[in-house]
Design a binder for this molecule. Sequence first.
Ligand SMILES: C[S@@+](CC[C@H](N)C(=O)[O-])C[C@H]1O[C@@H](n2cnc3c(N)ncnc32)[C@H](O)[C@@H]1O
Length: 208
Amino acid sequence: MTLPEGVRRHDFDGETALATRGPPAYGEPTDGEWRRWDPRRSKLGAMLERGVETGLEGGETVLYLGAAAGTTVGHVADFAGPTYAVEFAARPTRDLLSVADDRGNLFPLLKDARKPETYAHVVEPVDVVVQDVATRGQARVALANRRFLRDDGRLLLSVKARSEDVTGDPEAVFDEAVETLSEEYEIRERRRLEPFHDDHLGVVAAPR
Ligand SMILES: C[S@@+](CC[C@H](N)C(=O)[O-])C[C@H]1O[C@@H](n2cnc3c(N)ncnc32)[C@H](O)[C@@H]1O
């Protein structure tokens, strides 16, 4: 598995961890310009840590759905090109805005990812959609945002089983989500994100 350009394993006080280069954002350990990317706080970080072939090379245009306070999308903006960050909850958005203040390529959008028509006038075609919304209908959100992906682009999706069905068998939930996704995406890889995130599936998919 190759890490994108701009992401590397870096030594922090004798411990090697994923890192990107950029202004600190949430009190994470830093060493010079490098700041630690904790896979326990990031599904995309966990995908990289688990060795998933994300296809990320660095410099891509990204649409990130479910940005929350900007923990992961801040790391993404450190190695990517223009990065559009969609989040619909007002509460975490203040922190997201301050992460964006330090990054000229990060564009927060206070929008609902289930309504892509409300940001279609702002978002250009992207190389990568990263999605971590952790709400019911996660696969449907990915289908709705397919329109932004270039034909040779990639979807990097995290599915939280309990957001779909609190009591159901996670594998059954994942199978259903992947089946729904298959309407418009070809699945390249699926990988559970334990031990970093319980009952989460990481999916790499390409538009059909
Ligand atoms: C698990 S958190 C995301 C954490 C974040 N990706 C990170 O790693 O830093 C899920 C976020 O998705 C947001 N979300 C859920 N449904 C959404 C929707 N339909 N549109 C936009 N944001 C949504 C939630 O408000 C929440 O902040």
